[in-house]
Ligand binder design. Structure first.
Ligand code: PRP
Ligand code: URA
Length: 209
């Protein structure tokens, strides 16, 4: 499918299975989410443009590759996005960070905003929006629309699990934004949860249920 990448690396798939398992502890879930985020970060940044820089090795001078352009922005959709953010910042420590606070109204499944903070110059930077779950896509589309209002125009969305319904809604609303996910699950259930899924990502990360 256009603008959709499924990261099917065996390590990602193995770790995802451990995360899905309801017997995995809160500590285990958090550790796995951080580990998996390193692997997903590698994939979502795979095609970043390079330029060269003149350096001197202990042996001789050379033109060596470095990432071109301004530093990346990682935009975390709170709360659960922070689980992906942590590992991504380990790989790209100089990235700028935006936070978009949203929660799903459990009755309507609409996203409700409670916080927004982003670097002023996001128009000049690639923005990678992170949230483990793409269910109805209401949260991701609202977050990305907010970032677009602030000028972001080069955006990618990274998640762990996506529902087919969410992918469809996302691509209808945001056809220009590529999605990277570790898996596409079967469907949403009547309460808007992804099945088979992994449950409520925020609750499993923070032990709030
Ligand atoms: C979860 C998840 C996404 C959202 C996905 O967050 O982290 O942000 O649901 O669902 P959607 O695609 O139907 O919008 P939640 O609202 O549970 O908030 P939390 O991260 O604070 O727990
Ligand atoms: N949010 C979650 O955390 N899990 C789901 O399955 C759907 C939305």
């Amino acid at each position: 499918m256009k603008n959709l990448t499924v990261v099917d690396h065996p390590l990602v798939q193995h770790k995802l299975t451990l995360m899905r398992d309801k017997g995995t502890s809160t500590a285990g879930f958090r550790r796995l989410l951080k580990e998996i985020s390193l692997l997903l970060c590698y994939e979502v940044t795979r095609d970043l443009k390079l330029t060269t820089k003149h350096i001197e090795t202990p042996m001789q001078e050379m033109e060596a590759p470095v990432i071109a352009g301004k530093k990346l922005v990682f935009a975390s959709i709170l709360r659960a996005g922070n689980g992906l953010l942590e590992g991504m910042l380990e790989l790209v420590p100089s990235a700028r960070v935006a936070h978009v606070g949203l929660y799903r109204d459990h009755e309507t499944l609409e996203a409700v905003e409670y916080y927004f903070k982003a670097p002023d110059d996001i128009a000049d930077r690639m923005v990678i929006v992170v949230d483990p779950m793409l269910a109805t896509a209401n949260s991701a589309t609202m977050a990305i629309e907010k970032l677009k209002e602030r000028g972001a125009n080069n955006i990618r969305f990274l998640c762990l699990l996506a529902a087919p319904e969410g992918i469809k809604a996302f691509q209808t609303a945001l056809p220009d934004v590529p999605i990277f996910t570790a898996a596409i699950d079967e469907k949403l259930n009547e309460k808007g949860y992804i099945v088979p899924g992994l449950g409520d990502a925020g609750d499993r990360m923070y032990g709030t249920k």
